[in-house]
Write a protein that binds this ligand. Structure first.
Ligand code: AHR
Length: 500
C-alpha cells in the first residue's frame, strides 16, 4: 500500500530557492570550457561567457553560484584575477591536476556571469593561505561605494558601481584542504576573519562559516559554542556541511554509467544518509540556537564517481545517468523537509565536474543537459514555495541485503495556490500505484511530468542528448481531494494540483 496525505492547509515554512543553488570551481573544465571560452571563441558567447550554458541555467532559475572553490578558494588570491587579462599572473592549481591557471576568469568575469545568469553571487574567501587583510580588501573592492583604495582600484578596472554581494564564505573545508585545522582553531580563525568582512553602505553580508564534513558533530558543536562575540551573539549567519555520495575511498570503486542493481540501491541509499546528517547536526544547533537564527547550508553535495576513462582523474569529469537524477530528487526532497534549518544548498558542480547539470564537449562546441539538470528543472516549482507537511507510507525496495523506502516525496504550495508534489520512485522493476489525499484543498485539475528511461544506466551523450528527458505523465487523476497516480519504475515525478 502506497499512500500519501498532504496537508495543503498547514504549511508555514518557506523552501528557499537557494536550496536549488550551484557551485563552480576552478577545477578541470568547469570554468574554462564550461562557462568561459573567451571573447575570441567561435562558440557563441557574451564577453567570453558561453551563451548556451547561460540560457540553460536561466531556464532552471539558478538562484546562486558559489565560486571560486572548493579547495581552490583557499589557494586563490583575488588580486591575481583583476586588471587587463594578458597582464594577470599565472598560478599552479595544485589541488586539481597541477595545471597552470591563467586567471583570465576573475572577479569581474564571475560577477558578469552572475548578472547574465540573473543569480546571486556566493564568494568563498581564502582563510587557508590568505590573510585577513586580503579578505577585507576583497569585500571593500566589491562593495564600497565611496572613495577608498580598493573602490578606486575597482573603478580603474572599469566598474564604477559596487556590486551587491550577500553570500560570503569564510574559508572552505578548513578541516582539510583549507588548512587542516581543528574545530577549535578554525572557530578562532573564523572569529578573526569575519570581523573584517564588513557591511558597506546598504550591502548586508550573510556570513557563512566552514561547517563539518559528513558526521563530524564535534565541529558543529564547537562552532555553535565558539563562533560568538563576547555578548554571546552568533558571529555567523550559517555554516556549511559537505557530503558526497559515496564518500572517499569508495568513490573510486564506482563508475557513473557502468553498474548493476547492487550499486543502484547502494548509491541511492547512501544519498539518503543526508537526512540523518541534517537531522543530527540540526539537533546540536537546536541546543544552542532554538530560534534557528543560524542556517545550515550544504554547499557541496552530489555524486562522486571515478573519472571517465581517458580524462585527467584530477579533473573529476563524470557522466550522469538516471541514477544521478534519482540521487538529486531524493536529496532535494530531504532539503525541502529541512527548510527551516537548511537555508541554502549547492550541488557540486554545475558544468563538467562531478554531478554536473551540463556537460560541454572537449574540443567541440556541443553541450548536453544531464538527467540531473532535468530534476532541477522539474523541482523549480518548489522555489520560495511553502512547504506542506505530508505523511508517506510505502513499501520497501530491497536488493541483496539492502532495503530502503521505495518512494520519497515532498510537497509545497506556490504563490498561485497550486500544490506541487515531487516523487522519487527507486524500485527499478515495477510501476507503483499511489493514492494521495490532499487535505484542505479541492484541486481543479492535475498535471504530471515524469523523468525515467529504459535502463538504470541510461544517460545523455553529445550524439544522443535527449535519451533521458522529461515527458508528460498521463496516469494521474483527481476526484475531489483524492489523487491517484501510477508512478513508473525508477522515475522522478512532479504533479501539479491546480488551485480551485
Ligand atoms: O567539489 C570538489 C572538491 O570537493 C572541493 O574542491 C572540495 O571542497 C571538496 O572536497
Amino acid at each position: 500500500m502506497n499512500q500519501i496525505v498532504v496537508n495543503a492547509d498547514l504549511g508555514q515554512a518557506t523552501i528557499s530557492r537557494h536550496i536549488y543553488g550551484h557551485f563552480a570551481e576552478h577545477l578541470g573544465r568547469c570554468i574554462y570550457g564550461g562557462f568561459w571560452v573567451g571573447e575570441d571563441s567561435s562558440i557563441p558567447n557574451t564577453r567570453g561567457i558561453r551563451n548556451d550554458v547561460v540560457a540553460a541555467l536561466r531556464a532552471v532559475g539558478i538562484p546562486n553560484l558559489r565560486w571560486p572553490g572548493g579547495c581552490f578558494a583557499d589557494e586563490y588570491h583575488w588580486m591575481d584575477g583583476i586588471g587587463p587579462r594578458e597582464q594577470r599572473p599565472t598560478m599552479i592549481n595544485t589541488h586539481w591536476g597541477g595545471v597552470t591557471e591563467n586567471n583570465h576568469f576573475g572577479t569581474h568575469e564571475y560577477l558578469d556571469l552572475c548578472e547574465q545568469l540573473g543569480c546571486e553571487p556566493y564568494i568563498c574567501g581564502n582563510v587557508g593561505s590568505g590573510t585577513v587583510q586580503e579578505m577585507q580588501q576583497w569585500v571593500e573592492y566589491l562593495t564600497f561605494d565611496g572613495v577608498s583604495p580598493m573602490a578606486d582600484l575597482r573603478r580603474s578596472n572599469g566598474r564604477e558601481a559596487p556590486w551587491n554581494i550577500r553570500f560570503w564564505g569564510v574559508g572552505n573545508e578548513n578541516w582539510g584542504c583549507g588548512g587542516s585545522m581543528t574545530a577549535e582553531h578554525y572557530a578562532n580563525e573564523y572569529r578573526r576573519y569575519q570581523t573584517y568582512v564588513r557591511d558597506f553602505g546598504d550591502n548586508r553580508i550573510y556570513k557563512i562559516a566552514c561547517g563539518p564534513r559528513n558526521d563530524d558533530y564535534h565541529w558543529t558543536e564547537v562552532l555553535m559554542r565558539n563562533a560568538r562575540n563576547m555578548r554571546g551573539n552568533f558571529l555567523m549567519h550559517a555554516h556549511a556541511l559537505h557530503y558526497y555520495t559515496p564518500d572517499a575511498p569508495y568513490r573510486l570503486q564506482h563508475r557513473a554509467t557502468e553498474f548493476g542493481e547492487s550499486e543502484w540501491i547502494n548509491i541511492l541509499r547512501t544519498a539518503t544518509v543526508m537526512d540523518e546528517l541534517i537531522t543530527k547536526h540540526s539537533a546540536i544547533m537546536d541546543q544552542y540556537d532554538p530560534d534557528k537564527q543560524v542556517g545550515l547550508i550544504v554547499d557541496e553535495w552530489g555524486t562522486w564517481f571515478a573519472a571517465e576513462p581517458g580524462t585527467n582523474p584530477r579533473f573529476l569529469y563524470q557522466q550522469n545517468s538516471l541514477r544521478d537524477a534519482l540521487v538529486a530528487a531524493l536529496t532535494l526532497n530531504i532539503f525541502n523537509h529541512h527548510c527551516q534549518r537548511v537555508t541554502m544548498a549547492n550541488i557540486a558542480q554545475t558544468v563538467n565536474v562531478l554531478q554536473a547539470l551540463i556537460l560541454t564537449e572537449e574540443g567541440g562546441d556541443r553541450m548536453l543537459l544531464t538527467p540531473t539538470y532535468h530534476v532541477f528543472e522539474m523541482y523549480k516549482v518548489h522555489h520560495d514555495a511553502t512547504l506542506l507537511p505530508l505523511d508517506l507510507h510505502c513499501d520497501d525496495y530491497t536488493c541483496d541485503d539492502e532495503a530502503m523506502p521505495s518512494l520519497s516525496a515532498s510537497a509545497s504550495r506556490d504563490a498561485e495556490g497550486n500544490v506541487n508534489i515531487t516523487l522519487c520512485h527507486v524500485n527499478p522493476h515495477q510501476d507503483v500505484e499511489v493514492r494521495c489525499e490532499v487535505r484542505g484543498m479541492a484541486p481543479s485539475g492535475v498535471r504530471g511530468r515524469v523523468l525515467t528511461a529504459d535502463q538504470m544506466t541510461s544517460h545523455n551523450t553529445f550524439d544522443a542528448p535527449d535519451r533521458v528527458r522529461p515527458a508528460e505523465l498521463e496516469t494521474a487523476a483527481i476526484q475531489g481531494n483524492q489523487l491517484t497516480v501510477t508512478v513508473p519504475a525508477k522515475s522522478v515525478v512532479v504533479l501539479q494540483l491546480q488551485g480551485a
